[in-house]
Design a protein. Structure first.
Length: 190
């Protein structure tokens, strides 16, 4: 009987060692997974930040180019324009949000911004970013809410929305006034 107990103890020790080894491997894989998730999140945030900055630069460049001619960039003593003159003002492939002007429709906006404006318009009252995120098909995660909040702020700055209280967004008043004026004109037409 003694040898049976010794054999069971040896097998138990081997099983315990295997469990410990697997737990160590699991801890290592979990640590690596967390590092990979953090790296992915940093890349996503960097991409969104760069897109926002490029969009703002593009909008600023178009406003600048509408109002002032572009001066050639002179390099060295030869006074020839650089091949890159004005290149910093041309941004390709970036979504930009134009400033609202009378008669402008949401079709001028990139799709995600158009969706946000439509959700705000359809809401019965002021809405917060966290209420908009699920309505535009995004998961209600902190990163998505913050990204949407940035887009809402940009829409406010460009005249598409109003922010009556901090974090509460409504359709811009001028849009309501424009709609009211249009309905009044239709009502007064013969």
């Amino acid at each position: 009987m003694g040898s049976l107990f010794e054999e069971l103890e040896a097998r138990e020790a081997a099983a315990r060692e295997r469990v410990d080894d697997l737990e160590d491997q699991l801890a290592e894989v979990t640590r690596r997974l967390e590092e990979a998730r953090e790296h992915l999140e940093r890349l996503r945030i960097a991409r969104e930040t760069v897109s926002e900055v490029m969009a703002e630069m593009s909008a600023g460049a178009s406003a600048t180019s509408d109002s002032a001619p572009v001066e050639p960039v002179v390099t060295g003593d030869d006074h020839e324009p650089s091949a890159f003159a004005g290149a910093e003002r041309r941004v390709v492939g970036v979504l930009s949000v134009p400033h609202w002007r009378p008669g402008m429709d949401t079709q001028a906006l990139p799709r995600i911004y158009r969706d946000i404006v439509e959700v705000v318009r359809d809401a019965p009252g002021p809405v917060r970013a966290k209420q908009i995120v699920p309505r535009i098909g995004l998961p209600a995660e902190v990163g998505k809410i913050e990204g949407t909040r940035g887009k809402l702020k940009r829409l406010v700055a460009r005249g598409w929305l109003d922010e009556e209280d901090p974090g509460l967004f409504t359709p811009a008043r001028h849009e309501a006034e424009t709609a009211a004026n249009a309905s009044m004109k239709q009502g007064s037409s013969p």
